[in-house]
Design a protein around this ligand. Structure first.
Ligand code: G6P
Length: 367
């Protein structure tokens, strides 16, 4: 079926707005209408027999994997390695029998990811993929293919596929935790409930579009933008920077907040906006002290946090986007939204071709 922009100026805007719906579709598909039982296709996966998870992808899908590493390790206590497909495939990494190899790809046709999958075939315990295209090569060549149900994504810069990839990966990490008994029943249930509530929280946050549009007029003036995050928000900072450079052509870089003083702090001056993605979680105080180091050097901090975080952050913040409060485990899915909105509006302000950025392809089927 032909997909149109449904009244939006760009496919990207439409796909950003669709997220509450498609995240909800993915949650319903895996969690079932009534109970908290997570259903996986076929014979499923026995996580009690898995020693190691190896996750491989490219681009935005790679950042979804990096995020999921925090979930699988913290919630399910499974050691995880993550790599970009183009490095993984030529490194000849040893794949031991207790290893599950997991590939994340929107198109299911990315050449390097497919080659990495073929490298693992016959070596790994199971080949699992998380894909948007269920008929794709990557899906077909997997033992278990988990659809993300995002629907057709036209914008070259991935938005709804990313949030749906994260959703499915979190479901999988929760299922692993349930099987292994690494979370107490109450914590497990509270995360399942938080996940169920996420589409409506996400929907409620779509109105941050207005503040993102206003502050993007100033971001569009920048030569360089720095993104900082800590813990599970670090991969999201990477994704925010990728999105920004892909469509606005502004040089953007992401760092783990704690690495700031090991290099990027040398770049800080009043011309470099520093986007700090920091919900009020257990690591917030540490991020605040990194933020103060930025402000002490004249840096302009754009803080994306919840009401509690903004209250505790103190004086001197340049701009803020207030997000609803969610369980910190889920924050990367929700905070994908402001990252997307900033990139989108900055690109619109610069007049670039948002849906078809120069030099980029939606699906990279050659090396
Ligand atoms: C291209 C696209 C990116 C995407 C990457 C991986 O570079 O422009 O948006 O993240 O490929 O694509 P895949 O289909 O494997 O997720």
């Amino acid at each position: 079926a032909r997909v149109d922009k449904a009244g939006h100026k760009h496919f990207m805007a439409k796909e950003i707005a669709e997220q509450p719906q498609v995240i909800g579709d993915a949650i319903k598909h895996y969690l079932g209408e009534s109970g908290a039982t997570i259903t996986l296709p076929g014979e499923g996966l026995d996580f009690t027999k898995i020693d190691r998870l190896v996750m491989v992808a490219c681009g935005t899908a790679y950042y979804a994997c990096l995020t999921a590493k925090y979930w699988f390790e913290q919630l399910a206590r499974i050691p995880v390695e993550v790599d970009v497909a183009s490095e993984f495939r030529y490194r000849e990494p040893p794949i031991t029998p207790g290893t599950v190899a997991l590939f994340v790809s929107q198109s299911g046709e990315t050449a390097d990811t497919l080659a990495a999958l073929r490298y693992c075939t016959g070596k790994a315990e199971k080949i699992v993929s998380v894909v948007n295209a269920p008929e794709s090569s990557i899906a077909r060549e997997s033992d278990i293919a988990l659809p993300i149900l995002a629907g057709t994504e036209i914008g070259v810069a991935s938005t709804k596929a990313f949030s749906c990839q994260l959703t499915v990966l979190l479901v999988l990490a929760l299922e692993a935790a349930r099987q292994k008994g690494t979370l107490d029943a109450e914590r497990y249930q509270s995360l399942v409930s938080a996940l169920r509530a996420l589409p409506s929280v996400f929907g409620g946050a779509l109105d941050r579009n207005a503040v993102a549009e206003t502050l993007s007029l100033q971001l569009a003036e920048a030569q360089d933008i720095l993104f900082l995050g800590r813990g599970v928000m670090y991969p999201l900072a990477l994704e925010g920077a990728l999105k920004m450079k892909e469509i606005s052509y502004i040089h953007a870089e992401a760092y783990a907040s704690g690495e700031l003083k090991h290099g990027p702090i040398a770049l800080i001056d009043k011309h470099v906006p520093v986007v700090v993605m920091a919900p009020r979680d257990g690591l917030f105080d540490k991020t605040v002290s990194n933020m103060q180091e930025v402000m002490a050097r004249g840096g302009r901090v754009l803080l994306i946090s919840d009401s509690k975080g903004l209250e505790e952050a103190g004086e001197g913040i340049w701009r803020a986007i207030e997000m609803p409060r969610v369980d910190p485990v889920l924050s990367p899915i929700l905070y994908a939204l402001p990252a997307q909105l900033m990139a989108y509006h900055t690109a619109v302000a610069k007049g670039t071709d948002v849906d078809q950025p120069r030099n980029l392809a939606k699906s990279v089927t050659v090396e």
